[in-house]
Design a protein around this ligand. Sequence first.
Ligand SMILES: C[S@@+](CC[C@H](N)C(=O)[O-])C[C@H]1O[C@@H](n2cnc3c(N)ncnc32)[C@H](O)[C@@H]1O
Ligand code: SF4
Length: 356
Amino acid sequence: MRGIYIHIPFCAKRCTYCSFVSGMPHEKMHLYVDALKREMDERPIKGEDISTIYIGGGTPSVLYRGAISDILSHIFEKCAVGADAEITVECNPDSVTEDFVSEIISAKVNRVSIGLQTDNDDLLKKINRPHDKAGFLRAWKLLEKIPNKSLDLMLGLPGQNEADLLSSLELAVSLNAPHISLYALKVEEGTPLYESGFAADDDLEADFYDSAYRFLISRGYDRYEVSNFCKDGMYSRHNSAYWDLTEYYGFGISAHSLLDGKRLANDDNIDKYILGNCERFVEKSDAAEEYIMLALRTAKGIDLDRLNGYGVDLMTAKGKEITEYIRQGFMIKEGKNLRLNDNAFYIMNDIICNLI
Ligand SMILES: C[S@@+](CC[C@H](N)C(=O)[O-])C[C@H]1O[C@@H](n2cnc3c(N)ncnc32)[C@H](O)[C@@H]1O
Ligand code: SF4
């Protein structure tokens, strides 16, 4: 079983912090969708068993009507998509319309991920989001026929205080969102936010994260990955498959794939892509390191037997460090499973660096 990721590089406007490959001119949309289908024809996906599909971006909801159905029908014609496959589309509140919702439901989409980021209208304006809180609520209502919904929020936005963050979380919980992704702001080089001289405050972010974590746990959410919380087992199967090193195809500019143990990356030039000249690079990768990095971010942690299968006996290689982390209460070892304790997520990056 493999997954499919489709990258849609269009947005209504660019958020100040965003470094995703997005914001391409909208007049290229039709040619881009044609090129996506061509890429699928050229790569060996025929008959492949597919368990998850994720259309992300960018903002897939800004596509013209018919594009998402076209892309998905193309996949259904070529691949064996399981009847219970998880099919997710990312959307931005401002481009969620009645037509969009009807189209994705008929196209068999059964999960949506919607970006709110914060419910504070001043902050939304400041980061150049194309919607406000009222627009988000309108979109959420329109999406009511798709119960499997995820809501994206961010912490550490310029000028955001703890009360803002808790108010956004309160809103998500009051809407009974089955899944919440809470991302700590990354200030990436080349973004307007970076150019403005804004710098993230790691200590403040750690405090915000801690409050958010405690709030969500108290409201019945499970943290199944450092930035991802869900209720009633409604975790993202697609993203969980990434963290589990399940293989997947990525289509579109800048999309990555993991196939036959190799990581591949499409280049990000839309004009070349449209002309059918997409270059695909093999990236350097190390399955053992990736597994340690990804698994430690999850509540399940590392399966030490599985890691042995990648050629690393972690208890022998890093026994001293692990014993010390366990003694300090930062790690828990249960049989062949090694995971971070709840109090260790704020030093997760240091722990990962020491173990790889
Ligand atoms: C591709 S976007 C999702 C869909 C849509 N484009 C949107 O922004 O609502 C995925 C998510 O990544 C998060 N994100 C984007 N840039 C980020 C950054 N610089 N730091 C942290 N999170 C970021 C946002 O929460 C965003 O919703
Ligand atoms: S809407 Fe999403 S993908 Fe587009 S610029 Fe904003 S964060 Fe980036």
